[in-house]
Design a protein around this ligand. Structure first.
Ligand code: ZN
Length: 103
């Protein structure tokens, strides 16, 4: 039943598209305005200003994350790029490093 694989793939794609549009809607919400009002990156804690923050899925959509308020955080461009270029395990190590620096 090889067609099942195709069906699964298209469901995933449709789901990810739907989650992306949900995230876009949340970006316009008051909730997001409040979350980004301090201009602080959720990961590194740097104040980069509202306009330099992007919306990031803590658990990426491709790894089963969803566009829910507890999975969306403001993220500076630096962290965003880092998160994209690193493997999840490397990103975890980076975050551990940040946490230790704060303590
Ligand atoms: Zn950052």
């Amino acid at each position: 039943m090889s067609t099942n694989y195709f069906a699964l793939d298209s469901i995933d794609e449709a789901l990810i598209r739907a989650e992306r549009s949900k995230a876009r809607e949340l970006r316009k919400s008051r909730w997001w305005q409040q979350k980004t009002s301090t201009g602080t990156c959720w990961y590194c804690g740097q104040k980069v200003g509202f306009h330099n923050l992007t919306m990031d899925h803590v658990v990426p959509l491709t790894r089963g994350g969803r566009s829910t308020k507890d999975n969306l955080v403001p993220c500076c461009k630096e962290c965003n790029n880092k998160k994209k270029s690193l493997l999840p395990v490397e990103w975890e190590e980076y975050m551990d490093g940040l946490r230790q620096r704060k303590e």
